[in-house]
Each structure stands twice: as structure tokens, then as C-alpha cells.
Design a protein around this ligand. Structure first.
Ligand code: ASP
Ligand code: MG
Length: 466
């Protein structure tokens, strides 16, 4: 069993659906296949804007509704001959009318709750799946539409519902295991025990694919998107960046956390737990091998490469707390963390030298000023008694993260990394490395972004096999 998931960018129009169908037909030749689809490109955003407009009672509702209808109807007309069009259009028309009724309700009561918003958003995936099933059937593929709400069971946290895994796995197996033909399942959508429609959070279709794959114990989950795979660095900054052929799930999580926007770490969990490999593929370039994400032990590595990839987070600020009075006082860090937590401020990196003379905390810039104010309040007594000498807020910074399983137990990695950066004249403000040795992260000034990434790429990744 294979699970194939296609994102909105692969489903922009009739052409996209045709390409997707070709890929599904090919896969279904050798394997049993379940397909998970996103909404067509831009549709979820449009649905949200429709609901907001209805809530505000503003104009433009009709036009936007027409645009959604047209996007789907045009695709049908471009894909199917007159004989097949009517039966494909009918379910789409029924759903669009139902959506209009829901929106009309929102307009009347001038309120769109999170629960209603989930219902509105669910139409995107339901429409794209209905359309795809009609086209696949016309092309001779035995495609069967499966309602995600019958197999993905969630709680009632509308907008980003939590999945009940044991129950969902049972439902998935019951519904899909005996099914002949290709199951086509709307991503992103689920339902509560009472059958109320929920969604799994934006971009939740990957998550659906991961859940379905885990439920069916699939041999692979293929995530089809519009890029060739996970890249070794941001190609807009590093022209030599290349598609990483294989990486471990831990590396993938680290890379995507640090900005390689291919798959959200959280969505991989169900697949990773059951040891199911994830293959990232490009529906616009199916011949490209893609990137395989699998358990570290199972993947073949390019032995020549000491690191796997480089990622960065922009918009970083740092607060440096300095003073002799922090030395040897247990609970000092706990107080700082608790004060920040009470304010809902997220610390993304910490470093403290063992002299305990400085503690350095790293934040997103949006939270930097607030963090400074909070610390000033919390530590006012220490400032007063001069136990803490000063605080410093530094802005316009950047975190760079160098990731790779191969770094583990390889002495000299950090030396090589920081020597190369030193030669390039880049000043390092903070360094952190977890004992997994899979990630070395450091903070530099934002102006050194491109230079740092290119320097590291050249140092470690230029020797790859062509
Ligand atoms: N259509 C949903 C969204 O745009 C889910 C997805 O595409 O994965 O967020
Ligand atoms: Mg999407």
C-alpha cells in the first residue's frame, strides 16, 4: 500500500489534475494506492476570505463565490468531453450551493465561529476530491471518494483539532482495507465523535497523509509538491544548493524547523512512529528522484559529506544578562524562564557560560522588546542591588543551523565550521549544540546571512558526488 498526497500547488487547474491523475495511474499499476488531496490552489484562502466577508456583511461575496465555482467548473470543462461533464459538475454544483447556504447563514447572523469556519474550509478539499474522482473514473481508474470525516476522528478544538489516533486508525482500516480501487480522501478535514466537521490546522493535508499511511501501515507516503525535494540550503541565497537525496526524520525535522518549508515536522510524527518512509516528489517534474525521509539506520548516505544541510531563521533578537550576582544561585534561570512563560514569550535558544556571568536568551524579534521589558521587571531587585550589571538587547540577528547525522562523533566539526566563518570575517554571538550532535546553531548579525551560508556550503557541501 502506498499513500500519495498532492498539495494545492499540484492542483492549480485542469492541467494539474491531469498530471496528478497520470502519477496516480502509474503508481496504481504496481501497488494498492490511497490518495490524499489538498484543496485546489488558493481555495482555502478564498474560503476564509468569503466567510470573513459574510460575517462583516461586506460586498463582493457573490464574485468570490463565483470565482471558486469557476475554478472547479473550468477545470471540469478543460478535462472532460461533453458526455462526462454533466456527471462531474453535478456534485460540484450541489456542494457549491450548500456552501452558499452556509455563507448566507453567516451573513444573517453576522458571526462565523471557529466551528463554522471549519465547515466552510472543508469545502475546499471536498470539492477538489470530487473533481479528481470524476476525472480519474473517466480515465478508467477505479477511484472512490472516501469522506475524511468518517475516518479521521478528532476532538472539538476547531481550527486545529487534535486527532484521536487509536480510533482513527481503526476507522481507517475498517473503511479502506477492504476497498477495491483507489481511495481518494480529502486532506485537512476530520470530524468529532458526533460527526461535526473539524480541520487539522493550515497545511493539514500532509498530516492526513501521515495518519492514513500509519493507519494502513503503508510502505511509503509520497508527498507530491512543486519543488524537487528538500534542499541543502536556500537556493535564493546559495546558488550551489542541491536536492538532498535522503535524510533521517530527525534531520528533516531540524531542517524544516529552521525554515526549509517542505514538510511540517509535526505532520511527520504518525509516519515516523511507525517507521514509514516519506518521499518528497515534484508533480511538475516527476522524473526527479525527490528526497527520501526515513529512519537514520535505513538510509544510504553520501559518505563524503560531513553535514546534510544548512538552514536559518531570520528576524532574531537577543537579550544578554550580565552580572556577577547570578553565580551559584540555584533557581535564577527558573525565575527568568517562568517570568517569560507567564508573558507567553517563547525562548528559542539559550546559552550560559559556566562562569555563570552571562545568560543569553534568543527570541523572535517580534517578542524581543517585550522580553526585555519582562526581564527588567522581574529582575528589578537584582538590578537595584547591582547583582546584575546590565541587560542588552541586540536586534537584526539571524540563527544559522548546520544539520547532519554525520556530525555525530566526528571531532573537529565545530572547529572547521567556526574557522571557516572566522576566515570570512563573521562574528559569532551565541553558539548552541545539543548532545545529539545533529545540529550546531549559532547567532550572527543579519547582514552576514548570505556570506555565512555560502561559506558553510562551500566548506562542507561542495564535494558532493555529481
Ligand atoms: N487546504 C488546506 C490549507 O491550505 C490544507 C492543505 O493544503 O494542506 O491550509
Ligand atoms: Mg496547501
Amino acid at each position: 500500500m502506498k499513500v500519495l498526497k498532492f498539495g494545492g500547488s499540484s492542483l492549480a487547474n485542469g492541467e494539474g489534475i491531469k498530471a496528478v491523475t497520470g502519477i496516480v495511474a502509474e503508481a496504481a499499476r504496481d501497488d494498492r494506492v490511497a490518495v490524499v488531496l489538498s484543496a485546489m490552489k488558493g481555495v482555502t484562502d478564498r474560503l476564509i476570505s468569503l466567510a470573513r466577508k459574510a460575517e462583516e456583511g461586506s460586498d463582493g461575496l457573490k464574485d468570490e463565490m463565483e470565482a471558486i465555482r469557476a475554478q472547479h467548473f473550468d477545470a471540469v470543462r478543460s478535462l472532460l468531453g461533453p458526455a462526462d461533464q454533466a456527471s462531474a459538475l453535478m456534485p460540484l454544483a450541489i456542494m457549491c450551493n450548500e456552501l452558499e447556504e452556509v455563507l448566507h447563514g453567516v451573513e444573517l447572523i453576522r458571526e462565523c465561529s471557529a466551528r463554522t469556519m471549519d465547515l466552510v474550509m472543508s469545502f475546499g478539499e471536498r470539492l477538489s476530491c470530487s473533481l479528481a474522482v470524476s476525472y480519474m473514473c473517466a480515465r478508467g481508474i477505479a477511484a472512490v471518494l472516501v469522506d475524511a470525516r468518517e475516518i479521521v476522528r478528532t476532538d472539538e478544538r476547531f481550527g486545529s483539532a487534535a486527532v484521536d489516533f487509536p480510533k482513527s486508525y481503526t476507522l481507517i482500516r475498517e473503511k479502506l482495507e477492504g476497498l477495491t480501487g483507489v481511495a481518494v480522501i480529502p486532506g485537512f478535514v476530520g470530524a468529532t465523535a458526533k460527526g461535526v466537521t473539524t480541520t487539522l490546522g493550515r497545511n493539514g493535508s500532509d498530516y492526513t497523509a501521515s495518519i492514513i499511511g500509519a493507519g494502513l501501515d503503508a510502505k511509503v507516503i509520497e508527498i507530491w509538491t512543486d519543488v524537487d525535494g528538500v534542499l541543502s540550503a536556500d537556493p535564493r541565497i546559495v546558488p550551489d544548493a542541491f536536492v538532498i537525496p535522503a535524510l533521517s526524520s530527525e534531520e528533516a525535522m531540524e531542517l524544516s524547523y529552521f525554515g526549509a518549508k517542505v514538510i511540517h515536522p509535526y505532520t511527520m510524527v504518525p509516519a515516523v512512529e511507525r517507521n514509514i518512509p516519506i518521499l518528497i516528489k515534484n508533480s511538475l517534474n516527476p522524473a526527479a528522484p525527490g528526497t527520501l525521509i526515513a529512519a537514520a539506520e535505513t538510509i544510504k548516505r553520501d559518505g563524503a559529506l560531513p553535514i546534510t544541510g544548512i538552514a536559518s531563521i531570520e528576524g532574531i533578537s537577543l537579550v544578554n544578562i550580565e552580572g556577577g550576582g547570578m553565580m551559584g544561585i540555584p533557581g535564577f534561570a527558573a525565575r527568568i524562564f517562568a517570568a517569560l512563560a507567564r508573558e507567553g514569550i517563547n525562548i528559542i535558544m539559550i546559552s550560559q557560560a559556566s562562569s555563570e556571568h552571562t545568560i543569553c536568551l534568543v527570541f523572535r524579534t517580534a517578542e524581543g522588546e517585550r522580553a526585555l521589558a519582562t526581564l527588567n521587571r522581574e529582575l528589578a531587585p537584582e538590578l537595584h542591588s547591582r547583582r546584575i550589571e546590565r541587560f542588552e538587547l541586540m536586534q537584526e540577528l539571524l540563527i544559522v543551523s548546520v544539520i547532519g547525522e554525520n556530525m555525530h562523533g566526528t571531532p573537529g566539526m565545530a572547529g572547521r565550521l567556526f574557522s571557516a566563518l572566522g576566515r570570512a570575517g563573521i562574528n559569532i554571538l551565541v553558539i548552541a549544540q545539543g548532545s545529539s550532535e545533529r545540529n550546531i546553531s549559532f547567532v550572527i548579525e543579519a547582514k552576514n546571512h548570505a556570506l555565512a551560508l555560502r561559506t558553510i556550503h562551500a566548506e562542507f557541501l561542495s564535494g558532493r558526488r555529481k
